[in-house]
Design a protein around this ligand. Structure first.
Ligand code: NAD
Length: 496
């Protein structure tokens, strides 16, 4: 079968079914007949069905990938990177199509989808630069004796990705893993399996040998098979904390490298001297962008002292965000219910819904929650401490920076944190003391752009290092250390 990706507007559009991609062929699972509908969240209707593969499909993909790996690893790194140069150009040439595809399977509005493709392209560009970065080291450590480090591929490796960035999150893993010389198995989120198929087509067109990149569609069974398969050497995972922790435990117990990024509850600290315009634009963009379904989204605003002038302006700006136009839908009905549940519960417990997005809808049939602000919140209320993953901002009032840091650092997550201030001293104090891996000063979504690595701390990440950047290359490769005695002098040294 040759899948096609026809949408060029928000109009409801059907797609071909999402199937596996093994050895360069789109194909059905070996025996599993189970499928799930893939919904367009804007319309609340299925646009496709995705196959739910079983362990035997992972086994089959590993056999094909292992064979492809033996040839791929022999390609010089510069030749492997050339595939990414061509992939980059294909992504640039097809950016509209890719963005509409993301909009349809994930729901995010077109400009957000386009920004996702642009960020994915940036990740590919990092992969293109690897031949210039990955030269290893060599040093003459004593007379006539040299030590050398060489980066080698691991073999067959696997990645598991979430629903909220169907194209970008796979690109957190693929460039480093492929240029590093590995063969890759991807399990995309079963809620957004189509972008990965378009990616497979483009990689093929870019000249990647068949079998080096494979997709096994499905859910938990596929992930568990990745963790258990003795020939899969490393597992990269991005998703919720509970699953990240379980996958990390299972993969590492089975002797694999694992790096598993989890959920988040990101805090913003706002102090009265903050620049109002910058703070308002950033905070609103941060908690409403992608309808709050970003691991970097602002979730709790810690208002230090009298910040009413800033909070009023945030409310006024957020009230202008119209569902369906400025704000996309929620991924599915269960998520919409969960988000509404958090808002209803907070209200019952005494929080004030100062901006209420519960009545907002972009369409009659999709899944929607508009921008919502809860004031008078505390960490005793679930919405103030748990991941909501929707366009909801909880405001907690605190008397000073110390209290703000205390609340933030008591939260088990550690993905992102930002401070809004014009005081260098306040900014420095927060940056020095906050428990978060990715921090911002007057920046609402402090994603480290390439080449800086992406990754949180604490319950937001399990495993060592960052997912992107140089850490990513190190994660998907192993270092051989070679010591050579080139001059065979006879005098003894401590290492002769
Ligand atoms: P999820 O954990 O439900 O699913 C992620 C992946 O795991 C999917 O491919 C899914 O099929 C698989 N999966 C689900 N349940 C599983 C199980 N029991 N065992 C094995 N695999 C399982 O996450 P999601 O709802 O797709 O994505 C949203 C979550 O991802 C949020 O918590 C968000 O914060 C997080 N996220 C984190 C980052 C980050 O960089 N830290 C980035 C994006 C998303």
């Amino acid at each position: 079968m040759i899948p096609n990706f026809p949408a060029r507007s928000y109009d409801f559009t059907s797609y071909s079914n999402a199937v596996n991609y093994i050895g360069g062929e789109f194909q059905e699972p070996r025996s599993s007949k189970e499928t799930l509908p893939v919904l367009n969240p804007r319309w609340g209707k299925p646009i496709s069905n995705v196959v739910m593969s079983a362990r035997e499909d992972v086994d089959a993909a590993v056999v094909v990938a292992q064979k492809a790996f033996e040839e791929w690893r022999e390609w010089p790194i510069r030749d492997r990177a050339q595939v990414l140069y061509r992939l980059r150009q294909l992504m640039v040439d097809n950016i509209e199509e890719l963005s509409w595809l993301i909009t349809h399977e994930n729901g995010k509005i077109f400009p957000e989808a386009k920004a996702e493709v642009e960020k994915a392209i940036e990740c590919v560009e990092y992969g293109c630069s690897l031949p210039n970065l990955a030269s290893g080291n060599q040093l003459e450590v004593s007379r006539g004796v040299a030590c050398e480090i060489v980066y080698e591929p691991l073999g067959v490796v696997a990645g598991v990705t979430p629903f909220n960035f169907p194209l970008m999150v796979p690109m957190w893993m693929l460039p480093q893993a492929l240029v590093g010389g590995n063969a890759f198995l991807l399990k995309a989120s079963e809620q957004v399996p189509l972008s990965s198929m378009r990616l497979a087509q483009m990689l093929d067109q870019a000249g990647l040998p068949k079998g080096v990149f494979n997709i096994v569609q499905g859910g938990r069974a596929v992930v568990e098979a990745f963790c258990d398969h003795p020939s899969i050497k490393a597992v990269g995972f991005v998703g919720s904390t509970a699953v990240a922790k379980a996958v990390y435990g299972r993969a590492s117990t089975n002797g694999k490298r694992a790096l598993c990024l989890g959920g988040a509850k990101n805090h913003l600290i706002v102090v009265p001297d903050a620049d109002v315009d910058v703070t308002v634009e950033n905070v609103v963009a941060s908690f409403t962008g992608c309808a709050g379904q970003r691991c970097m989204a602002a979730s709790v605003l810690l208002a230090v002292g009298d910040c009413d002038h800033i909070l009023d302006a945030i409310k006024e700006r957020a009230a202008k965000m119209k569902a369906g136009h400025d704000l996309g839908p929620i991924i599915n009905e269960a998520s919409e219910k969960r988000i509404r549940g958090y808002i209803d519960d907070a209200e019952k417990r005494g929080a004030k819904v100062v901006l209420d997005g519960r009545a907002q809808r972009g369409t009659d049939t999709g899944y929607w929650v508009g921008a919502t602000i809860l004031d008078g919140m505390s960490t005793d209320i679930p919405a103030g401490k748990e991941e909501i993953f929707g366009p909801v901002l909880s405001v907690i009032r605190v008397p000073n920076i110390e209290k703000a840091l205390e609340i933030e650092n008591a939260n088990p997550y550690g993905n992102a944190s930002s401070v809004y201030t014009t005081s260098g001293d306040v900014a420095r104090r927060v940056m020095d003391n906050v428990e978060a891996g990715m921090c911002g000063v007057n920046v609402g979504v402090p994603v480290p752009r390439e080449p800086f690595g992406f990754g949180g701390w604490n319950d937001s990440a399990f495993g060592h290092g960052n997912m992107t950047g140089w850490d990513g290359y190190r994660f998907w490769t192993r270092q051989r250390k070679i010591t050579s005695k080139w001059a065979l002098q006879k005098d003894a040294t401590w290492m002769s």
